[in-house]
Design a protein around this ligand. Structure first.
Ligand SMILES: C[S@@+](CC[C@H](N)C(=O)[O-])C[C@H]1O[C@@H](n2cnc3c(N)ncnc32)[C@H](O)[C@@H]1O
Length: 264
């Protein structure tokens, strides 16, 4: 039973077409992440960088454009097809594989990025062990989390869905702290990279947030049944109108990228 549940993970094939719209990161922040990754790991053009759970290439693309060799790994063919539509440079390579068994030689890469992935894989510890295996002695593992973006419509919908027991339980690591505790257990020294360029103000109209919710792209919402979803959307719309007058107003909220560098 335990072994069976450990084999589970969530491929993003089903939401590939909508993913980028719901994970918007300002260009300046993406560039700031790339800057921090390059300077922290002292990356040069001959080096190899693995984006573990590359998805649609939000980070792999700008990193590859800087000239380092990038290997993007993902189980989702459809997410990687979205990436290919963005005409990646020749130094960005893709492979469809499971992160629990990376198709990469031991101690061969300079850096690995794991962004928004560990909560999706029951056996997420295996992924971190694999990252440690493939890194060179002086290599750096980056764990990236986005926080903030607390838009009222989204918070309200998730609160209602939670009350009704409709949220999909997190399959993998529950949060960054749990992942970081394990990384330390296996010998990693963790540093949080703090820089003002990794913080920004996210701005969305309530209508835009409602449109995102409508698609149920967030993995937490994949199991909400259609009828319950329709009710929750109506309740959320009423809430927005009561609280803010209409769904057309812009709501601004603080957001940040929490980027951790790990050296083993
Ligand atoms: C939330 S997306 C993050 C994508 C990208 N890192 C980003 O930040 O935009 C998570 C990705 O992990 C992939 N994934 C989930 N389980 C996986 C596994 N066991 N092996 C490889 N990829 C996996 C999903 O298919 C999806 O593309």
């Amino acid at each position: 039973m335990a072994a069976r549940s450990l084999s589970q993970y969530l491929s993003f094939d089903r939401v590939a077409g909508d993913y980028d719209a719901t994970r918007f990161l300002p260009e300046t922040v993406r560039e700031a992440v790339v800057e921090q990754v390059f300077s922290t790991a002292s990356l040069a053009s001959k080096d190899w960088f693995v984006d573990a759970g590359v998805g649609t290439g939000r980070f792999a693309l700008p990193i590859a454009h800087r000239g380092v060799n990038v290997l993007g790994v993902d189980v989702s063919r459809d997410m990687m097809l979205q990436l290919l539509r963005k005409s990646p440079p020749a130094n960005l390579h893709l492979v469809q594989a499971d992160l629990r068994s990376l198709p990469v030689r031991s101690q061969s890469v300079s850096a690995v990025l794991v962004a928004h992935v560990l909560h999706l894989i029951a056996d997420w510890r295996r992924v971190l062990l694999e990252c440690r295996r493939v890194l060179r002695r002086d290599g750096v593992l980056f764990l990236l989390y986005e926080s903030g973006k607390r838009f009222p419509a989204r918070e309200h919908y998730i609160h209602l869905a939670g009350e009704r027991g409709l949220l999909r339980p997190t399959l993998g690591a529950q949060n960054a702290d749990e992942a970081l505790a394990f990384v330390r257990e296996i010998g990693g020294a963790v540093t949080l990279i703090e820089h003002p360029s990794l913080q920004w103000q996210a701005r969305r109209t309530h209508r835009e947030v409602l449109q995102e919710l409508e698609k149920r792209t967030y993995s937490q919402l994949w199991d909400v049944p259609d009828e319950a979803h329709r009710e929750l959307m109506l309740q959320t719309l009423s809430y927005v109108r009561e609280q803010f007058g209409s769904e057309d107003g812009v709501y601004a909220t603080e957001a940040s990228v929490n980027l951790y560098a790990v050296r083993f």
